[in-house]
Design a protein around this ligand. Structure first.
Ligand SMILES: *[C@@H]1O[C@H](CO)[C@@H](O)[C@H](O)[C@H]1NC(C)=O
Ligand SMILES: *[C@@H]1O[C@H](CO)[C@@H](O)[C@H](O)[C@H]1NC(C)=O
Length: 314
């Protein structure tokens, strides 16, 4: 081999190795930003994600039109779409809606969503306008809904209200005042009633039900920890600190094995097993510099973020 071809060969190997270790894709949004939570439907289509202008979008793949409008949560946004599309203004969030946590009902194919301003809602498999399920508890409207998960056996929904004092657009104040008025709540699918399970949480955020349904987890963003609330057994109805984390946790999602992916805001994906042991930590900074959710789907990690304008794939 001459010097030139040796050089090319080395370059080729280097590029091949480099590209392999950087298995990174970014799916840019059409407009707006902040794809906070991610879900796939019954047939594996998606990701679906809720963004800053109030829309919930579905990714159909590059060859099938890219992102399509799937649903909206705010009544205003249904009729006056053009006022909202592409908005990243916090002042428009209440008007246009701000869909955050998403979860699929695996039986019916409905998608459940918590809108930070408009309450707990459900969207049929065909999309369109989300239908409200609950917007208050004990007569007091929710203030800042954020995360949810569903018990896929009985249909009960667990969700968080981050603060009783501040709305999502004021989330900086939840942090700076060290607000501890966050709550974990339950929507009973039979009685349609909401009950408060835990009060006094610090920036209550992501929610995940365990695979065996014996407990539900809730992240406390400003305490770098996750609490476990028992749903059965000797400790039923009590809670405890489940794991302390190396940063501020946002959403938490269970994978098919029964382990959990926790998104740490400064772009760490942390995998925790069912007993609360950290079993993997992945730095995903190269895909997204700030993340809100890690959703495992067919061997890949889909990364949501409230700050940036793409969905990351790792
Ligand atoms: C999911 O769908 C099934 C079948 O329609 C229903 O029985 C169940 O209550 C639903 N889950 C929720 C969370 O509503
Ligand atoms: C757990 O306690 C709740 C009330 O706090 C009760 O409704 C439920 O049936 C109990 N679950 C089990 C499995 O014991």
């Amino acid at each position: 081999m001459g010097a030139n071809s040796t050089y090319l060969f080395v370059l080729y190997i280097w590029v091949a190795l480099f590209c392999k270790s950087e298995a990174i894709i970014q799916i840019p949004l059409p407009s707006g930003n902040g794809p906070e939570s991610i879900v796939f439907d019954k047939s594996g289509r998606g990701p679906y994600t809720g963004i800053s202008d109030g829309r919930i979008l579905r990714w159909d793949g590059l060859r099938s039109g890219g992102w399509v409008n799937f649903a909206v949560t705010s009544p205003y946004c249904v009729t006056r779409t053009e006022d909202c599309i592409g908005s990243t203004a916090r002042s428009l969030e209440r008007k246009c809606g701000r869909p955050l946590g998403l979860q699929l009902n695996k039986t019916s194919g409905d998608i459940y969503v918590v809108d930070a301003y408009h309450g707990l809602m459900v969207i049929g498999p065909e999309g369109g306008r989300a239908r409200p399920l609950a917007s208050s508890v004990d007569g007091v409207p929710f203030r800042f809904l954020n995360g949810l998960d569903i018990d896929q056996d009985n249909g009960d929904i667990y969700f968080t209200d981050t603060s009783r004092q501040f709305e999502r657009r004021e989330y900086g104040l939840v942090i700076s005042t060290d607000d501890s008025t966050g709550r974990l709540m339950k929507y009973d699918s039979q009685t349609k009633q909401v009950t408060v399970l835990l009060r006094g949480l610090f920036f209550a955020n992501g929610v995940a039900v365990s695979k065996d349904k014996s407990y539900v987890l809730v992240t406390e963003t400003t305490r770098n920890r996750i609490q476990r609330y028992w749903l059965s057994g000797a400790k039923n109805g009590t809670s405890e600190i489940w794991v302390e984390l190396p940063g501020s946790p946002d959403n938490i999602k269970r994978n098919s094995e029964g382990n959990f992916w926790v998104a740490i805001n400064h772009a760490l994906a942390v995998k925790v097993d069912r007993d609360g042991l950290i079993i993997d930590v992945i730095d995903v900074t190269k895909v997204s510099h700030s993340i809100s959710e890690v959703q495992e789907h067919q061997g890949r990690l889909f990364l949501g973020s409230v700050l940036i304008n793409h969905v990351g794939v790792y």
